[in-house]
Design a protein around this ligand. Structure first.
Ligand code: T46
Length: 131
């Protein structure tokens, strides 16, 4: 199975504009406990560089674009998030990095749990030992 699991988010837009739905335990394959968004990312700044022990997340660029690199310790794959209807699943124990943010990028992230710093693996060497 590909490391990149894209989720086609239902688009209910009409002549008035766009409307995209993200539903927990439906298009988003877990109970959504937390939502955050990343925006105004400065030029040439990359983010992420960690894996989560338990947390599952779905990320979608609701405006603009960025590139998400996913790494399971064996292979790396990159996906361009460039549509408000294109979500990507960031599973537990997948190293992820976000690069090439456009100036207008708003990256929305839905998470399966509350924030917990002890769930992060922020050192790549440690990730490779644990994965
Ligand atoms: C992830 C990628 C996609 C909190 O206190 N609560 C929160 O809910 C979040 C998300 C972050 N923080 C704190 C932790 C750091 O002190 O905010 C600071 C910045 O977080 P971080 O450096 O982890 O940001 P990114 O963009 O590297 O990673 C974020 C998420 O933290 C992470 O879970 O998977 O986006």
């Amino acid at each position: 199975m590909s490391l990149v699991r894209l989720i086609n988010l239902p688009s209910l837009g009409d002549e008035r504009g766009g409307l995209v739905v993200l539903e927990g335990n439906d298009t988003v394959p877990f109970d959504i406990k937390r939502v955050y968004y990343i925006f105004n990312t400065q030029k040439d700044v990359s983010r992420g560089f960690h894996a989560h022990k338990q947390l599952k997340q779905v990320a979608v660029c609701i405006k603009g674009k960025c590139r998400m690199l996913l790494d399971n310790g064996l292979t790396q794959e990159s996906v361009l998030l460039d549509s408000a209807t294109k979500g990507v699943l960031i599973d537990a124990m997948v190293w992820h990095e976000m690069h090439d943010f456009s100036d207008d990028c708003v990256l929305l992230v839905l998470a399966s749990d509350h924030y917990d710093e002890s769930d992060y693996i922020r050192k790549y060497d440690e990730f490779l030992i644990k994965v």
